[in-house]
Design a protein around this ligand. Structure first.
Ligand code: ACO
Length: 435
């Protein structure tokens, strides 16, 4: 079959170049512009990567128009219903669903690596007690390369898998300890008899003074939420991990950079911002329309947090599943869940008011994954400043799988975008007294 080409003609010089059209297995065809600069001397301009594919990938596919999200081809709805977070980690990292013995070995490998070097404990003491746990996460994860020097050959596929498993394994411990440090509570060590989600909840909330039973409802809800957050192709934090890793930096440094990128309220920090917004709405006593109007006002910086997405333009499939989990969890919690019911009802009502509004309809702005997740976290007793930490914990497997894919590609090169320079052209230095 002959290749499809697109011809770019420079009418100023009469030169032209034929660019190959690349066919994905799913999604829009993609023009390979690599020859453009060499043959015509032009760069392409695409701030925010609105229509630029920064890499190829076989891991995650999403179609924002149709609200589709698939990991390695499997629909997110099926994985959320039938799979487990550990199985999804295996799938993202290795490309296929595991056999029973493969999953067992993988889970054991994760559990065996969940402890932290004892010296990491003293590292925490360098932080102020009131530090945001995301700040602690960036620091501690970045420091891991100083503790785990072995298996740092990024060109060896087996060593990359060891680093990947270490990161997935240690992240719940690092996350829970960042919370306990801020509280002044003693660190709780991971336990091999608990699942990944149970272990995190145990390390967060157990006291050395008495036994702590993990609520199976919370563990199940957390497991599904982690599946939903596990990967999302080339978003800001994943692209940051790839860009950092492309310089051949070690995987711990690359993932620390990803955590930093995730922190912003336009990305993973939105789950925290949603709860602050819902609380403000409830405290103000003002009608929801007031906040919807503020979000529409271009002179007001207020936005509906948890609304809108760069890619999803019909609905975010993760938000649909999370809303269901929220509903089930609050119902099953009985009286304990009632205090969060008001927040949930406000969120659903806000969604209804916004989706009836032309501004939101015409811009295809729907609730995203962060809109309902925070209410579930609150009901589990997880404090606001830990929400984005939980996102980082869940996304680590996505970041490291994407990094592993890039490092395994012999064609991969250092990421180095070009720019459209619009500053001054050359001018002579002016001595101070002449300025
Ligand atoms: N509230 C009000 N208006 C909005 C919102 C919102 N939440 N989101 C987008 N818009 C408006 C924009 O003002 C813009 O209007 P215009 O066309 O009149 O200028 C239009 O919708 C398009 O929005 P953009 O900002 O161009 O969309 P972009 O793809 O750049 O941004 C983003 C996407 C950052 C998610 C944005 O929708 C937003 O800030 N949402 C709130 C924060 C949030 O929930 N972030 C979490 C995203 S999911 C995740 O990262 C896990």
């Amino acid at each position: 079959m002959s290749k499809q080409m697109v011809t770019v003609i420079d009418h100023a010089t009469g030169k032209q170049v034929d660019l190959e059209v690349l066919n994905p297995t799913d999604g829009p065809k993609t023009i390979d512009v690599r020859k453009l600069y060499k043959e015509l001397g032009y760069f392409t301009f695409d701030p925010g990567f609105m229509s630029t594919a920064s890499c190829w990938s076989k891991i995650t596919y999403l179609d924002g128009e149709k609200g589709i999200l698939r990991y390695r081809g499997y629909p997110i709805e099926q994985l959320a219903e039938h799979s487990s977070y550990m199985e999804v980690c295996y799938l993202l990292l290795h490309g296929e669903l595991p056999q029973a013995d493969e999953l067992h070995t993988f889970e054991e490998g994760i559990k065996d690596r969940s402890m932290l070097h004892e010296a990491v404990k003293s590292f925490y003491n360098g932080f102020r007690r009131d530090a945001h746990p995301m700040a602690t996460m960036v620091g501690v994860v970045g420091a891991l390369s100083a503790f785990y020097h072995d298996h740092l050959n990024i060109h060896d596929p087996e060593q990359r898998i060891v680093s990947a498993m270490r990161l997935i394994a240690k992240m719940p411990t690092i996350a829970a300890w960042s919370y306990r440090y801020a509280k002044g509570w003693p660190f709780v060590y991971p336990r091999k008899d608990l699942s990944y989600a149970e272990n995190f909840l145990h390390m967060m909330f157990a006291s050395p003074m008495e036994p702590y039973d993990v609520d199976p409802l919370f563990a199940k809800a957390l497991d599904v939420i982690m599946i939903l957050h596990a990967d999302h192709e080339q978003n800001a934090s994943t692209s940051t991990v790839r860009l950092t890793g492309s310089s051949e930096a070690n995987p711990y440094a690359a993932v620390a950079a990803g955590i930093a990128a995730l922190w912003g309220p336009a990305h993973g920090g939105a789950n925290e911002a949603v709860i602050r917004m819902l609380n403000d709405i409830l405290e103000s006593g003002k009608p929801l329309q007031h906040f919807v109007d503020r979000a529409k006002d271009k002179n007001d910086r207020f936005r509906l947090m948890g609304f809108g997405h760069r890619v999803y333009k019909s609905f975010d499939p993760r938000a649909v599943i999370i809303r269901q989990i929220c509903h089930q969890l609050l119902n099953n919690l009985g009286p304990q869940g009632r205090q969060y019911q008001k927040l949930f009802e406000t969120a659903m009502e806000l969604e209804r008011v916004a989706l009836e509004d032309d501004y939101f309809k015409s811009r295809n702005l729907y609730p995203n994954v962060d809109f309902y997740s925070g209410i579930i976290f609150l009901a589990m007793g997880i404090p606001l400043n830990m929400f984005t930490v939980l996102f980082a914990l869940s996304r680590t497997v996505g970041w490291i799988s994407q990094w592993n894919e890039m490092m395994g590609d012999p064609q991969s090169r250092i990421g180095r975008p070009r720019q459209l320079y619009i500053g001054e052209t050359e001018r002579d230095y002016t001595p101070m007294e002449a300025r």
